[in-house]
Design a protein around this ligand. Structure first.
Ligand code: COI
Length: 356
């Protein structure tokens, strides 16, 4: 690894009690370039701009994908990643779908651990705090022919994080727009999936909602995801969540919730979640909770659903009654080393062993 430490670190200006998610960046970043058919050396360098022209293929044709993951600091100051192998597998799945060359586990893991280690002081400690890591892959060749790029960059940037959405949110069930189509790139964490979601989300915001529950592109009869999250519905004491497919992201938080629900003995059904069944359950009082899960937000509990002009409110459950809250606590306690990790999910980031 080529290491160039920042000569002007900003850590002393970082106030962990006063920052917002996503626009404060740690002192360093990782980059690694692909050309002539191979990935080059990992580079750990000061965070900052790198030069590209507007002819860069990643910008013109959207050949770009990313990951979202977090590092946590426990009460003793030890630092952990959470199931990083899942993000490694998924970035390569996304890469494959977008015809981007896959990266090795060594590039991904060494880059991640070295970055987290050198900037471990940036990881805020305490309730809901973490360091959000954004590994990304994008096409860098300067060329305007619509074809697969011959040059790429792998990069990792990171921003301190606290809870992402705090208050309960109301969501609009889409009966027009879709996030993904059959045979498309919905299962990839493709940058363009997010771009395509912004306009419909803006329309929902103008109607007074916070985000959208995405439904299938064919009939709009089935739940797929919510905002940038996987979605869960609880009717009576059973949890329902859509099955992953080429339209639905295989979320690490989703998978962790499913394993934690099983451990708690909660009944889970993975399959079709029909909009009309959810509406009917709301009307007859059996709909208890609807929530989204994702790395950034962990859990976002919904207070209302909007559907075809109707505004349907959801019950307000206490933390003891709420499955969403219980599962979130189970998860966060494992992530932050407050609970035993019987699943083997935590990965310790050792100090000073990555050459930084
Ligand atoms: C994540 O939870 O990692 C996401 O994908 C949300 C991100 C777009 C902020």
């Amino acid at each position: 690894m080529i290491i160039q430490k920042s000569s002007n670190p900003r850590i002393s200006t970082f106030d962990p009690s006063n920052f917002s998610f996503g626009n404060t960046f740690i002192d360093h970043m990782i980059i690694c370039e692909y050309e002539n058919g191979k990935w080059g050396d990992l580079q750990l360098i000061p965070y900052g701009p790198i030069g590209f022209t507007p002819a860069m293929m990643g910008v013109n044709y959207g050949q770009a994908c990313f990951e979202g993951m977090k590092a946590y600091k426990d009460n003793d100051g030890q630092v952990f990643l959470f199931r990083p192998e899942k993000n490694f597998e998924r970035i390569n799945k996304s890469a494959k779908r977008l015809a981007i060359p896959e990266i090795s586990e060594e590039i991904f893991m060494n880059g991640l651990k070295a970055l987290v280690d050198i900037d471990r002081e940036w990881i805020p400690q305490g309730e809901g705090m973490s360091l959000y890591l954004r590994p990304l892959l994008f096409a860098t060749e300067e060329a305007l022919k619509a074809r697969i790029s011959e040059k790429y960059m792998f990069a990792i940037v990171a921003t301190p994080a606290k809870s992402y959405y705090t208050a309960p949110v109301s969501v609009k069930i889409s009966d027009h727009y879709s996030r993904a189509a059959s045979g498309g790139v919905g299962a990839a964490k493709a940058a363009g999936n997010y771009a395509a979601s912004f306009y419909p989300t803006q329309l929902a915001i103008e109607e007074g909602y916070d985000q959208i529950i995405w439904t299938d592109d064919c009939s709009h009869e089935y739940f797929e995801e919510s905002g940038t999250m996987n979605v869960f519905v609880r009717i009576n004491d059973t949890i329902y969540t859509p099955k992953t497919s080429d339209k639905i992201l295989d979320g690490v938080t989703r998978d962790s919730f499913l394993q934690l629900a099983e451990r708690r003995g909660i009944d889970v059904v993975i399959g079709d979640v029909k909009v009309t069944d959810v509406i009917e359950a709301q009307r007859n009082g059996t709909l208890k909770e609807v929530w989204g899960v994702g790395t950034a937000v962990v859990t976002s509990i919904f207070e209302a659903l909007g559907y075809q002009g109707e505004h349907l409110t959801l019950p307000k459950l206490s933390p003891e009654e709420s499955f969403a809250e219980q599962l979130k606590n189970d998860l966060v306690n494992i992530q932050t080393n407050k609970a035993e990790d019987t699943f083997g999910w935590r990965v310790l980031v050792e100090e000073n062993v990555y050459g930084v």
